[in-house]
Design a protein around this ligand. Sequence first.
Ligand code: FEO
Length: 394
Amino acid sequence: MKFQQIKDNVFYCGLNDKDRVIFDELIPLENGTTYNSYLIKGSDKIAIIDTMYPPFIETYLNNFDENGIEKIDYIIANHGEQDHSGAIPALLEKFPSAKVVTNSVCKNNIKEMLLVDEEKFITVKDGDTLSLGDKTIKFILAPGVHWPDTMFSHLVEDNMLFTCDFLGAHLPSNDIFAKNDSKLESSAKRYYAEIMMPFRTMCKKYVKMIDDLKPSIVLPSHGPIHNEPRFILDLYRDWTADEAKNIVLIPYVSMYKSVEEMIFYLRDKLEAKGIKTRCFDVIQADLGDIAINMVDAATIVLGASMVLASPHPAAANVAYIANLLRPKAKFASVVGSYGWGGNLVNKLADMLPNLSVEIIEPILIKGRPTEVDFKLLDNMAESIFKAHKSLGLI
Ligand code: FEO
């Protein structure tokens, strides 16, 4: 496959993976993904920025032959996770004089995970530069988006910023440039929710840094290249803002429809009060859709049945994911139903230590809801209304 030119002597040498259906064995992918790799030919030296996911190494290496690349001087590793670093050992075998250029944290990760020898590395610090002759690469350490080893590489003369996972999307296409449409927005939001949302504060910091740098092109390691970076930066500004939106996310699991009946009642009451709701039966729903809605929701209400004396595992899984992803929600509650006993509310609440939420009085009933319980749901809807109003969301 011919490498696609991005700018003079800067090429895309990544690959699409349209068949991949899940990432990290966690979040379903709607379109597959890409593993972006870039080739920069300077007047003196040739560098690659990020490499390839292990199952695609053979195709990746063959493409260097097809494109007549006989020498690589530098393999720049912006991040040690193997979807980008996985081909480094094979590249070093193919181009034995090449050096891996990265920061000390990433170097240790690659040494330990991929068994690359110390002598193969050039270690760089924040602000260091690497000359390729007529092109210069400046390194910007960016720990936290999303690993401690992450860095960005700035191709100074062309003002191109290679941001690794940051500002990426799971969106393969034959056109390597972003179309800035709703499909990209949705794909990038799903990606942000799983990979970047736990580091929202750091994301804000790097959005500001990139704003100040004003790169003409932003080149992430998944998804399209942003030749109008404003589009993705504006989205990130919205998603990372401290302010939540007037949305209640309600993931629920219901064994005998009691929980579902209560959730639907609550949903209708909230909607009648002008609050948007996003209800998901977690047994049927795509976990990525639930994660996307964690990005903005001001309130999360978890609906759960009991299995034996514990919350249903599907509800516990959503609580566990929410705790991992650290959404910005300000309020949370639980609506549950049990058969013979158990401590549903405390067990779910104990699973959410990472969330900074105010708890709205939970509702836990035995079996089917009664008129008394619907009154409690009226009260919950009113409490959520007041809570959103207190934030100026209504
Ligand atoms: Fe796409 Fe953190 O690897």
